[in-house]
Design a protein around this ligand. Structure first.
Ligand SMILES: [Zn+2]
Ligand SMILES: [Zn+2]
Ligand SMILES: [Zn+2]
Length: 351
């Protein structure tokens, strides 16, 4: 094998391994044991990482070393080196290879990675429905990445076959999701009249019902059924009544928990990005005072606890503390807290 063929071969091995991992990951998504989900996520993330590394290696093989200064040809050929992690790999692809990975793709990738970390380090609390639905999203992003950035003519017949096979399995998942969505349509219409429905941070479907529990309590005349625990009267229930629940994957949590997950997983923001950009879409609600008021988009702000919905146009920043607050003509330009603070100071001065 001459040097060029050898180089080509090594790069293809990265791609081949990546596709292998993804194919195996997807076959685990179809499994039903809890450990199948764990393997599915780990394999999918490893596969995506390898495909990104393959693309990076097309620029230069040394770029897939974690520490480029320690890159040497023989360690690369033997595969004996610590390779770049997913985040840095994406950064290098964007910075060095000028590859366009859009915001949505990045959110998908970081979400899948978060799933893996969570599952590796903590307990398994995901479910098959959520994983199937979110896998479609992540794989769509990966295929867009492959189409835009990798010349499939350079791939082997086997690899092209594997890609085709993965797409076929994804079609099954898509059917599953669209059939489930059809069966949920009447519930969606019902809750839509009563509250806000937002995208679920776990399965990514537009099926997370804000305040579902309190609506169900009212609906069922003060009696609610908790999965695995039976039916209770409202006063005997030791759960937070502001519980949000996804009717697609049953993921649930109180308003503040789901709002935080939404901001992390759907909007792709966290304390690190907030410190860097000064932008954070999670705020304290002016009504219920819980940290669950989310700037959804340029149109709307919704509180995941009390379902307060505000037009983005009506939000201003308090002239004193800078916190966001709703404002209509004639209102004060100071938030309630600052008002109380000022009143307290004035009163003390007067005393
Ligand atoms: Zn869900
Ligand atoms: Zn609220
Ligand atoms: Zn203020």
């Amino acid at each position: 094998m001459n040097k060029d063929t050898n180089k080509h071969h090594l790069k293809l091995t990265l791609f081949e391994n990546g596709i292998d991992f993804i194919e195996r990951g997807i076959s685990y998504v179809k499994g039903s044991r809890p450990e199948d989900l764990k393997y599915a996520i780990m394999h999918l993330v490893d596969g995506i990482e390898l495909i990104f590394k393959y693309r990076l290696s097309l620029e230069h093989w040394s770029l897939i070393f974690e520490n480029i200064n320690s890159a040497n040809r023989s360690s690369f050929e033997q595969g004996d080196f610590k390779s770049v992690g997913l985040e840095h790999c994406v950064q290098r692809l964007k910075g060095i290879s000028s590859i366009i990975i859009n915001e949505k793709d990045e959110i998908c990738i970081s979400k899948l990675k978060k799933h893996r970390n969570k599952i590796t380090h903590f307990s398994i609390n995901e479910n098959v429905d959520a994983l199937k639905a979110s896998t479609i999203d992540v794989m769509n992003s990966l295929f867009i990445f492959i189409n835009n950035n990798i010349d499939t003519n350079n791939l082997s017949k086997n690899e092209n076959e594997q890609i085709k096979n993965i797409k076929l399995i994804l079609l099954d998942f898509k059917d599953f999701v669209s059939n489930r969505m059809k069966t949920l349509q009447s519930q969606i219409t019902y809750y839509n009249d009563l509250t806000s429905i937002v995208q679920c941070p776990l399965c990514l479907q537009q099926t997370m019902i804000i305040n579902k529990l309190s609506l169900d309590i009212t609906e069922k005349s003060k009696a609610i059924t908790i999965e695995g625990r039976g039916t209770f009267l409202e006063e005997n229930v030791d759960v937070d009544p502001d519980l949000c629940e996804c009717i697609f994957c049953s993921h649930k949590g109180n308003g503040a928990e789901i709002a935080l997950e939404y901001v992390n997983n759907i909007l792709g923001e966290n304390s690190y990005t907030a410190a860097k950009s000064g932008m954070y879409s999670l705020n304290y609600c002016p009504e219920c005072r819980r940290e669950s008021w989310v700037a959804m988009d340029e149109k709307e702000w919704i509180c995941f606890t009390c379902n307060g919905v505000y037009e983005a146009d009506s939000i201003i920043n308090c002239f004193n503390c800078g916190n966001p607050m709703p404002h209509t003509e004639g209102d004060s330009f100071y938030c309630i807290d600052c008002h109380e603070d000022m009143r307290y100071k004035t009163k003390n001065k007067l005393c």
